[in-house]
Design a protein around this ligand. Sequence first.
Ligand SMILES: [Zn+2]
Length: 221
Amino acid sequence: MSVRNVFWGALAFLLAASMAWAGVAGNQKSGADALAMLKEGNARFVAGKAVHPRAASDRLAATTSGQHPFATVLTCSDSRVPPEILFDQGVGDLFVVRVAGNVIGQDVQASIEYGVEHLHTPLLLILGHTHCGAVTAAVQAAEAEGAIPALLWKIQPAARWAKAHGEGDVVERAIERNVQLSLQEIQFASPVTRTLMEQGKLKAVGAIYDLASGKVRWLNF
Ligand SMILES: [Zn+2]
């Protein structure tokens, strides 16, 4: 091999390596790319073929000085809904905001804004889940103490809507409606988020995670 060929070979390798790295950086991706990565990761998880990408200790050096997550995810605090595991993603991939019932409050809104505006994630996902205790409590108007009633109050619009519309499991309908209302509320309450969506820089989607199957069902509102 000539010196010249070695040079071009090395250059091609460096280019490929840098492109692969860019592929991991959130702000290099489109919302559709990011959504595809989540769908592929969930398919691996459901099939028992999770590869746990970017989850070993060597990933720490690549993320210590900064983060480039490709998706902002708001989901419930439920211990059975771990986003990095169910989407088979690694350290630094997802900017996750968790609160019981995945409702929008000021702190949650601020965290989402940090993800979509400051970290430039091209995707915002609101992820509800089956058998959600917070939504169930809101539907049943359960008595609660401390600050919990204030949280359940945020879920009440979804619970009321579910009772007035449709047939079958009222909690399931409320869970889906609650995701839809959180998506609407973040756009209404956060001009920053709304503007990014209008500019085509942010794709916002909703989904329901099924605790039994491990599958994520993507919603079309
Ligand atoms: Zn829940």
